[in-house]
Design a protein around this ligand. Structure first.
Ligand code: 6PG
Length: 260
């Protein structure tokens, strides 16, 4: 059984990134101790990028057994890996190359494929192979990183898209309302099977989405996709800065009880 979402609220983006980096190193170490390896799904977005930067400068990094970690992606924009909007490109520059991760430990989605459907299917096949799970089983990531859009999307699962309803496929194509329109994304069952899910969210623009997702149980998941994150047997930890957490009632209450 999983408990409810856990919250870590820090003052600023750099502290969120630093704390989340320490958490990632601990979780990955535990996973290596438990199973001999760690399978991580990376995310695009500004806060995940700050985490990558914090990870490469963390004091724990130099001794960390990175050769035991395999890196996957939760979503990708349909562009070439060298394109400035590529999630792989960002992770490669900010994390994978600085850590000198061997190419055979990095599994990227083929955003450059002229047929996105084919790229989605081939990533699904790759996940089945790398995790050793056949149909209808779902791979279980040890660690899954997510950002949150101001419209409450995560990965490339946007409000009111049919991808939100997918329960059988592991990876599908989707359309984004902003930025690079064509996307590849893991589906809700893959997210909910992960052992540990980290949301990394900063900035006041995210505050309404954070409030709705965490404190409005009646909010429609089709309109607020992150409400669909309900791990089957795992943890969800939200790393937030004060601006993103500003309108959370539990925080306002805690602050006012502190002042009394
Ligand atoms: C992407 C993402 C997406 C992102 C959020 C938050 O490819 O864009 O995977 O889900 O994490 O949109 O992004 P920001 O942190 O940049 O707002």
């Amino acid at each position: 059984m999983s408990g409810g979402p856990e919250l870590r609220i820090l003052d600023h983006l750099d502290e969120v990134a630093r704390e989340a980096a320490e958490f990632v190193l601990c979780a990955a170490e535990e996973s290596v101790a438990r199973s001999g390896g760690c399978r991580v799904a990376l995310s695009g977005g500004t806060t995940p990028k700050a985490l990558f930067t914090a990870l490469i400068t963390s004091p724990g990094t130099s001794k960390f057994p990175w050769s035991r970690v395999r890196f996957f992606f939760g979503d990708e924009r349909c562009v070439a890996p060298t394109h400035p909007e590529s999630n792989f490109g960002m992770a490669d520059a900010a994390l994978l190359r600085p850590l000198k991760i061997e190419a055979q430990r990095v599994f990227r989605m083929r955003g450059e494929d002229e047929q996105p459907e084919r790229a989605a299917q081939s990533y699904e096949d790759l996940l089945r192979k790398e995790f050793g799970v056949g149909v209808p089983d779902i791979p279980r990531f040890d660690l899954l990183l997510l950002g949150l859009g101001d419209d409450a999307h995560m990965a490339s699962l946007f409000p009111n898209t049919s991808a939100l309803d997918e329960r059988r496929r592991l990876v599908v194509t989707n359309q984004a309302p902003k930025g690079v329109a064509q996307r590849l994304t893991i589906t809700v069952p893959v997210i909910n099977h992960a052992r540990t899910i980290l949301f990394l969210v900063t900035g006041s623009g995210k505050a309404p989405a954070v409030r709705t997702v965490l404190e409005e149980p009646d909010a429609a998941p089709a309109r607020y996709p992150a409400r669909l994150v309900q791990p089957i047997d795992g943890r969800v930890i939200w790393f937030l800065d004060r601006a993103a957490a500003a309108t959370l009632q539990r925080l306002t209450q805690a602050d006012s009880s502190h002042e009394e």
